[in-house]
Design a protein around this ligand. Sequence first.
Ligand SMILES: [Fe+2]
Ligand SMILES: [Fe+2]
Length: 226
Amino acid sequence: MVSDYVYWDPGVNIGVEEIDLEHRTFVALINRLESVKTDCALAPRVLQELIKYIAFHFQSEENIFFESGYPELEAHRLLHLALLEKLNVALMELRSGQIDYDELLAFFRSWYLHHTVKEDRRFAGFLAHAADDDAAQEQRLADGAGLPAAAANLPSLTRVPTAWLENMLSASIRLHADEVLSLAGALRTTHSAVADWVGALAADFDYPEIAKTIRSALDERAARRS
Ligand SMILES: [Fe+2]
Ligand SMILES: [Fe+2]
């Protein structure tokens, strides 16, 4: 069985059925884009299909935000717009054969994950508190309530074995949550701060941040060796 490029994780649900279903379709389309990476004729069509779906999803999300009186609608809309602009440029580049497909896929996966768990979830936090009285709600928004828990500070990775870093990089890039947590668990007795750091980011579904940090630690090691 061919494994998915991006896994659907029910933990990313924001609790609004319409949005959650659309995010699920979004994941399926990213996986479809990955599955046609070697098909030069089909890939631009799939990307175009994905762009259309994303535009639809953004509109649908913004309508729900508007109807709910979400105060961060405008800032959120700008994030959506920026992605659509980038994807339209990517589509032109893909059609002319001037694009790094793997880079495009990695960007997509990272964007999807960050945007859904960081930005779309802000709205879930807003909704969760919307029934409370205005004064309490204002205070909570000022305090950033409803946001995912802040990640722990990055501990030193200097003494962490290279093989562990390589395995963690691979698992976090593939968004394999179970593997990430099991690797973190394996390090708990010797490097508990690193295990905590991974655990905090994994709880936020921030696997791209884990991958980015570990990749730079591995790059530093490689630079020291050369
Ligand atoms: Fe979304
Ligand atoms: Fe969004």
